[in-house]
Design a protein around this ligand. Structure first.
Ligand SMILES: [Zn+2]
Length: 484
């Protein structure tokens, strides 16, 4: 029997605010800061303290909701989600439950099967927990609590179960991360836990519509972990159902080392959290005027850019999606092609050079687009040098590699290394004349209609020029002399 996976994703994104969600403590980089330096009575859960909502967090959340084409609720309610954990000093998390900030959005994704739209069920604000570190010292094992992260604003974005493969889940994660980064809402830094995924996964016999029993895989902190965990669960659940068993509804963890999910606890239902409206906070009421202003302030978003790049620059869908994955990259591309300017270069060639050779240099060196020494203008210079035949493709690779490490321009490097192909017409004309007089038989057969022999003659001329002649000029001159 064949099974169809049904996947919904919950994404937790830390918002890029200066201060925490309900107090004025600074948001610090947890990988750099000493433990417990950004903590106050509010975020450490002292009795008698009162939360105050961070206006900037609400503003960023509204912008994300609008970018996901959600309906932003004029009134939303903060709620207490009660559970005990050592990194949760209050014994509850302030979240939103029945009346979230925004609902009913959507996000376009690109997979090998083309473009697809995933519905977004809800977007709500909440606060992050602290962080536990489990240590072994002097033969004793214990846990350390760091509350720097407790109370950092979190946005939870929940999709509808519209995702049907690990590939689509990955694409959704990437597309959402791109939107968050375009808006400056989130750093996108998964290694630091700034975005975390949870996947609800079930499978059902292909062709049926009823949802199967789902498992929830928690704390997927990298795309690799998410891809592998989803693939594993699809496989596992399909095997269970094929052998006549039933899938248990439970919460699972993912072990990167074992490459397997493992049971954490039987799945809690919402009622286990005893949600109730947060008595210390009034309903969050938004002025329509504010929402309208935020709506007008949105930048051009990734999907709009994809559509524009396809129509304006004639790119294929795949390249358009890749070039718009980060707005710095999209800007870089647009500066390099700079249409209407004499310094701009051919759009498709620029796209290929960026996504091919430049990306591979960047990956090898671990350098992001905003740290590149190769300016868009100098990349355009390189692309023009290739397309006009001033240098050949393999020299161009060499030149780019040096541009990448030294930041020098293509023209300087071509000059210094003597890579320039000769375009001088009288020089090339002489070479062609020599080649033709040395190969009279081939010339005769060309004139008898075997035009393919021109390639052989072209090779002879290039050999004489030791690869230094501009091939376009050679071809033109060869044709001119053969037709005389
Ligand atoms: Zn605080």
């Amino acid at each position: 029997m064949e099974f169809e996976p049904v996947i919904g994703l919950e994404v937790h994104a830390e918002l890029l605010t200066q201060s925490k969600m309900f107090c004025s403590c600074a948001v610090v980089d947890n990988t750099q800061a000493a433990p417990n330096i950004a903590v106050c009575p509010v975020c450490s859960g002292m009795p008698g303290t009162l939360p105050v909502v961070n206006r900037m967090a609400v503003e960023i959340a509204i912008r994300v909701a609008l970018a996901l084409e959600c309906t932003v609720n004029r009134t939303s309610i903060f709620a207490r989600k009660n559970y005990f954990y050592p990194d949760l000093p209050k014994g509850y998390q302030i979240s939103q439950y029945e009346d979230p900030l925004a609902v009913n959005g959507k996000l376009a994704i690109q997979t090998s099967e083309g473009e697809q739209v995933i519905r977004v069920r809800r977007v709500h604000l909440e606060e992050d927990t602290g962080k536990l570190t489990h240590v072994e010292r002097d033969g004793k094992s214990f846990s350390l609590v760091d509350l720097n992260r407790a109370g950092v604003p979190l946005l939870e974005i929940v999709s509808e179960p519209d995702i049907h493969s690990a590939e689509a889940a990955h694409a959704y994660g990437e597309a959402l991360r791109a939107v968050l980064r375009y808006l400056g809402a989130n750093s996108g830094d998964m290694e630091k836990g700034a975005i975390r995924f949870e996947a609800n996964i079930s499978v059902r016999p292909k062709g049926t519509t009823e949802l199967g029993i789902r498992t929830e895989v928690k704390n997927l902190n990298s795309f690799r972990a998410m891809d592998r965990a989803i693939a594993y669960e699809i496989e596992r659940q399909s095997r269970v159902l094929s052998s006549g068993g039933t899938v248990d509804q439970e919460t699972l963890g993912w072990s990167e080392a074992r490459g397997a999910t493992y049971s954490q606890r039987s799945k809690e239902d919402a009622h286990d959290y005893r949600y109730f409206p947060e008595p210390d906070l009034p309903p969050l009421v938004l002025e329509q005027d504010w929402v309208d202003r935020l709506s007008k302030s949105l930048p051009e978003l990734p999907h709009a850019k994809v559509v524009r790049f396809i129509s304006q620059y004639g790119l294929n869908e795949y390249n358009a999606w890749r070039l718009t994955s980060e707005h710095e990259l999209a800007d870089y591309f647009e500066k390099a092609v700079d249409q209407g300017s004499p310094t701009g270069a051919d759009t498709k060639l620029v796209a290929n050079w960026i996504l091919g050779d430049l990306f591979s240099l960047m990956n090898q060196a671990g350098i992001a687009i905003d740290r590149l020494k190769v300016t868009p203008q100098s990349l355009a210079g390189l692309v023009r040098a290739v397309s006009t035949g001033q240098i050949n493709q393999s020299s161009a690779r060499e030149v780019l590699s040096e541009m990448f490490s030294s930041g020098r321009s293509a023209a300087e490097i071509v000059e210094a290394r003597g890579l320039s192909q000769v375009s001088d017409e009288s020089f090339i004309s002489d070479l062609v004349r020599q080649a033709l007089s040395e190969n009279p038989k081939e010339v005769a057969s060309y004139k008898a209609g075997k035009v393919g022999v021109a390639n052989f003659l072209f090779g002879q001329v290039m050999k004489k020029a030791a690869g230094k002649a501009n091939p376009q000029v050679v071809r033109a001159e060869l044709e001119r002399q053969l037709l005389q």
